[in-house]
Design a protein. Structure first.
Length: 310
């Protein structure tokens, strides 16, 4: 089998995620300890014992989800399954940082600090209540682009996440997103609903956050990853550190081309995708994109055992 490791984005967070891994594998606990030290706070306590409303805040959720993913990778490595057992790594939005850290392109400490900065910058880029996102179900990407063009009416509105053949997320000014919900339903969408997010991610309104990230990334060492990264905005593999830095900036305002990324990996022979970290949202998307790809998730110690024995 030709494997890819993929890493979840915001929305996968839950209280208690990763604790079983930390209790079962010293290497996994070391990841949480290192993230706590890098941020100068006990993020692990929030992840395991805090309130979900606080964990869901963008500035907390992003480093927390990364820590959980890297703890799962550390547990796999402790059992002999290294990142180099995969042909590619990929991540959904913030998961791209997790993928780069797992592949050795970014240090764990730098990744934690970058995601805290990214979360704060994305949250503050647009005043609360002025932006929104909505999921459009039952229309493909081209159809949703037509919806966005019709509903924009001069406001910012973009197809932000091309998740799978029947799920596309739009992002932009709140009024435009609300119009898009109505237009999508009129064009035959099965469902169109506003998402409970704190900011309109992956659209031009995030330009202030991109400027913050340009400064933050300029101070960080990026190495060639041990495994090629399938980049969100490119939907194909990249390994050059300068190109990776540029694409991480482009990603802040650009679309997450997840459907195309999975299809591209399939075209390169990938027939096994393992989601590493919290939840199973990505492998659900993978199944809807290409049923010939086998899928599994590594969230717990028993998941680590299942993958290593397989």
């Amino acid at each position: 089998m030709t494997r890819a490791f993929v890493f979840p984005g915001q929305g996968a967070q839950s209280i208690g995620m990763g604790r079983d891994l930390a209790d079962s594998f010293p290497a996994a606990r070391d990841v949480f300890d290192a993230v706590d030290e890098a941020l100068g706070e006990k993020l692990s306590a929030l992840i395991w014992e805090g309130e979900i409303e606080t964990l869901t805040l963008t500035a907390n959720a992003q480093p927390a989800l990364m820590a959980t993913s890297l703890a799962a990778m550390a547990a796999l490595a402790a059992e002999g399954v290294e990142v180099t057992s995969a042909a590619f790594v990929a991540g959904h939005s913030l998961g791209e940082y997790s993928a780069l850290c797992a592949a050795g392109a970014l240090s764990l400490e730098d990744t934690a600090r970058l995601l805290r900065i990214r979360g704060q910058a994305m949250q503050s880029a647009v005043p609360v209540g002025e932006g929104a996102m909505a999921a459009i179900l039952g229309l493909n990407f081209d159809q949703v682009q037509e919806v966005a063009a019709e509903a924009a009416q001069g406001d910012c509105l973009q197809a932000a996440n091309d998740n799978d053949p029947g799920q596309v997320v739009v992002s932009g000014a709140k009024a435009a997103v609300e119009r898009a919900v109505d237009v999508a339903k009129a064009k035959g969408a099965k469902r169109a609903l506003l998402l409970p997010v704190s900011a309109p991610f992956h659209c031009a309104l995030m330009e202030p956050a991109a400027k913050v990230m340009a400064d933050a990334l300029s101070d960080v060492q990026i190495s060639s990853p041990k495994v090629p990264l399938v980049a969100n905005v490119r939907a194909e593999a990249v390994t050059d550190p300068a190109e990776i830095r540029s694409l991480l900036l482009e990603q802040v305002t650009g679309s997450v081309r997840w459907r195309e990324s999975v299809s591209w990996m399939s075209s390169q022979g990938v027939d096994q995708i393992v989601e590493v970290g919290a939840g199973k949202a990505l492998i659900g998307m993978v199944r809807r994109i290409d049923r010939d790809i086998s899928t599994s998730a590594v969230n717990t110690a028993s998941d680590v055992a299942a993958l290593t024995s397989a």
